[in-house]
Design a protein. Structure first.
Length: 417
RNA sequence: GGGGGAGUGUCCCGAGCGGCAAAGGGGGCGGACUGUAAAUCCGCUGGCUGACGCCUUCGUAGGUUCGAGUCCUACCUCCCCCA
């Protein structure tokens, strides 16, 4: 892959940082982005109360779009979430209630302010919600005006549909309509804001192309598609999943400390790639860090963690997380910033297994026992091998807490109150 | 409407002569080795219990049996073939 094959900053940056999977009509889009400000959008469905690391890639594309002088639209899928995108899913998601969608939308919307500059801060970014136009559609009018341009023969050939049909899994008529609504969104954003480019993950290609066709038919307009690759770790795992669940972007779901830790634990082979995608560090700086060998690469991982955490949680929270990690892992010190659980029924001679369950480190006494047998539980950094170990009042440190550690990385401070 | 097949440890896939807490794999967790990495190796992976043991689990509800994931009946869900 050769760099700098584009004239526009926008495509150059996306290409050199590894964001591009497919582009429709790259030359035409490049010329347009070179000569004028392009308005582009990405849709985000409101299926969860927050976006997670998996969506970060999309958000970064909007970020670079705005940074290179164009206009990003973050489209909230208030309407499309009521339908449910079948792309990439092998079974239909259960329907979400209106109230839940509304709730989720609030959580998701909040994230964009950290990456994009909206009008309230003098920027040109736009926040839209497709519920605004989709909820008002009249069925017969919609069929006549829009539905006439969609060929069932073609729709059946799309991956999102074919997957379900091939596997003989249910695909409801409701979901079948998703791609039509998404195509309509594209056209609507063109009408309202002159939007001619839709970005998205590679699984969205089919849906986006539908929008391009519709734009041509309705307005004889030239629309563009640009998709990003599906990012997996070098070991093949999908991004954003850990034992504890998804790595959410909202701080109330995943603390800045845990978020920092997620990135700190990146595999060696992924560090450079992730720095290009998930930080705003200049490429030259990244190349310099890429030269680090062996254990030194940990320094690069810390920078990766701090930079990514800064984007989402702010520079200060990121520095704090880095410091907590440094104190905990490199000095073995007891940092007051570790997750702390207040325990009101603590008493001397409390069983360790009960305490471990109480602070949420394990979910049952049996699990705690197995862990102790395997040497995986520590009290104040000392491995305990006796299942019936009792905590004593002298286990409480001068800071007024007992540090419980599961494995090498999960620390919890038990605070008697 | 007729005929056939399937639903297993609530993470997933998947074996299972009437004695089964139920093979195996993936995933996950812990340990060793390292660098808070990857790979590799070892251990664990229903609940309660110090332990004997007890309790709860194989789509749902009944039944046969000393004993049922395994046999019988009804029901639910999914799939295939014929109409």
């Amino acid at each position: 892959m050769t760099m700098s094959t584009y004239k526009s900053d926008f495509l150059n940056i996306l290409a050199s940082r590894g964001f591009i999977h497919q582009v429709s009509e790259p030359e035409a889009l490049d010329a347009l982005a070179h000569s004028s400000a392009v308005t582009a959008y990405i849709g985000f469905d409101c299926t969860a109360p927050s976006l997670h690391v998996g969506s970060l890639l999309s958000i970064m594309m909007l970020y670079w779009l705005q940074q290179t002088g164009h206009r990003p639209i973050a489209l909230m899928g208030g309407g499309t979430t009521r339908v449910g995108d079948p792309s990439g899913k092998d079974e239909s998601r259960k329907l979400l209630t209106e109230a839940l969608i509304e709730e989720n939308l609030k959580g998701i919307r909040a994230i964009f302010g950290k990456f994009l500059t909206f009008a309230d801060r003098g920027g040109n970014a736009i926040m839209a919600n497709n519920a605004e136009w989709l909820n008002k559609l009249n069925y017969i009018d919609f069929l006549r005006d829009i539905g006439r341009y969609f060929s069932i023969n073609r729709m059946l050939a799309f991956d999102s549909v074919k997957l379900r049909l091939d596997r003989e899994q249910e695909l409801s008529f409701l979901e079948f309509n998703y791609m039509i609504l998404q195509a309509y969104d594209f056209v609507e954003l063109y009408r309202r804001y002159g939007c001619v480019l839709q970005l998205g993950g590679s699984d969205q290609w089919g849906n986006i192309v539908n929008g391009i066709d519709l734009g041509r038919r309705l307005h004889n307009a030239q629309f563009f598609a640009l998709t990003s690759p599906l990012i997996t770790t070098s070991s093949g795992a999908k991004m954003g999943k850990t034992a504890a669940g998804a790595v959410w972007l909202n701080a109330d779901l995943v603390s800045p400390y845990d978020y920092w830790q997620y990135w700190r634990n990146t595999e060696d082979a992924d560090v450079v790639r992730f720095m290009k995608l998930f930080t705003t560090l200049p490429l030259g700086e990244i190349e310099r860090l890429a030269a680090l060998k062996g254990g030194e690469i940990n320094e690069a991982k810390k920078i990766l963690a701090t930079e990514t955490t800064s984007l989402v949680h702010g520079r200060e929270a990121a520095a704090q997380a880095a410091e907590t990690a440094r104190a905990t892992f490199e000095e073995g010190a007891l940092s007051a910033d570790l997750p702390t659980v207040e325990v009101s029924d603590f008493h001397p001679r409390m069983r360790l297994i009960d305490a471990a369950v109480r602070v949420g480190l394990v979910s049952s006494n049996g699990e705690a026992r197995r862990l102790i047998r395997g040497g995986g539980l520590k009290v104040n950094d000392k491995t305990i091998s006796d299942e019936s170990h009792l905590l004593e009042s002298y286990d409480v440190t001068p800071q007024g807490v007992i540090k419980l550690t599961l494995g090498r990385k999960r620390h919890v401070l038990l605070k008697p109150v």
